[in-house]
Design a protein. Structure first.
Length: 331
């Protein structure tokens, strides 16, 4: 997938390489990032600040619901006209939601739940939403198996970094530390509260927030990351990269083809997320493209040629309301 430079300064190659490097290790120091990218740490810091201000860059810790064995659901909410924006913004403020978009001419909301505690999704699915008069239909599909996404980011598909650079940035876990099972303990909550706001928070900051020693904080964060319970992710506005259009695709397959189709989708450049689901369709994916012509080309080309695909329903996003965090800036 080729990247383009934009005359208005939205993107240059170093911006993309920095975003890609942060996707590999969001906590890497500016000096390490600069060393790998061949620029000074001051240049990295300057670019980081600009991307944060102009491209919505956020580096945050994310709990991996799949690794933690927590249920996740993809929701499709059909709303009364003129109510979807208000409902989507209210959902975006909840800590148990992410990847919220408005589609279908502004009458449909697509939302992924991200439960933090047992019962969170029950509260949303059985409590709040059914009592919202403006929601006229709720379709909920449970996510069963992730083919792509989560700690595996979409930017690597743009090929901005070579294998040597990726290897140099990939965090090395202490071989003497045992990761253990993916589990978050109650005493981890103060640590994660900080990292979910700023995944680059320094160890002294984490020490002050938790009241634990710096060495204890380092060990516990390393164990959480090594176990896969938590990963550091990068949020940004893809339109800054020249890919303003995202669409959710609901794919029906022959049962015997489900896994093969999911694996094939994971290798498509356009796919940022893919998961098997329980419900009317068998796979849900998020495709990121340049424009409607790009979406058509994908639907009629790589996706349309996949053996075993029986039906596809697409929901292009008119507006993305929330990615990993809620940023109230009209997006």
């Amino acid at each position: 997938m080729e990247m383009e430079s934009h005359a208005d300064g939205r993107l240059d190659r170093l911006d993309l390489r920095l975003l890609s490097a942060l996707e590999v290790d969001g906590r890497a120091s500016f000096s390490k990032l600069g060393g790998v990218l061949g620029v000074s740490d001051q240049t990295v810091a300057r670019r980081y600040r600009r991307l944060s201000a102009e491209a919505g860059l956020r580096v945050v810790a994310v709990r991996d619901a799949e690794r933690l064995g927590q249920d996740q659901w993809m929701l499709r909410l059909r709303c009364v006209p003129d109510s979807a924006t208000v409902i989507a913004d209210a959902l975006a403020k909840r800590p148990d939601t992410n990847w919220i978009g408005l589609g279908s001419g502004g009458t449909e909301i697509v939302c992924m739940t991200r439960p933090r505690h047992p019962g969170d999704h029950d509260d949303l699915l059985l409590g709040k939403l059914p009592r919202t008069p403006s929601v006229v239909e709720i379709r909920a599909q449970q996510l069963l198996h992730r083919f792509y996404g989560g700690p595996t980011g979409w930017l690597r598909k743009l090929g901005a970094l070579d294998e040597k650079q990726i290897d140099a940035l990939t965090p090395r876990h202490d071989p003497n530390a045992t990761a253990g099972p993916a589990r978050i303990q109650p005493e981890d909550e103060p640590l994660l509260a900080v990292l979910e706001r700023d995944g680059r928070a320094t160890y002294p900051e984490l020490q002050r927030a938790t009241g634990r020693s710096e060495s204890a904080v380092k060990r516990r964060l390393a164990a959480l990351l090594a176990s896969g319970a938590v990963y550091i992710d990068v949020e940004y506005h893809s339109e800054f990269l020249g890919y303003p259009l995202a669409a959710v695709l609901w794919i029906t397959t022959a049962p015997s083809a489900l896994h093969a189709v999911g694996q094939a989708l994971a290798n498509h450049d356009e796919i940022a997320f893919a998961s098997a689901t329980a419900g009317p369709s068998h796979i849900v994916v998020t495709a990121v493209v340049r424009d409607t012509a790009g979406l058509y080309a994908y639907l009629s080309g790589p996706l349309g040629r996949l053996e075993g695909v029986q039906h596809v329903e697409s929901t292009p996003f008119m507006r993305r309301v929330k990615q990993l965090t809620y940023q109230h800036a009209g997006r």
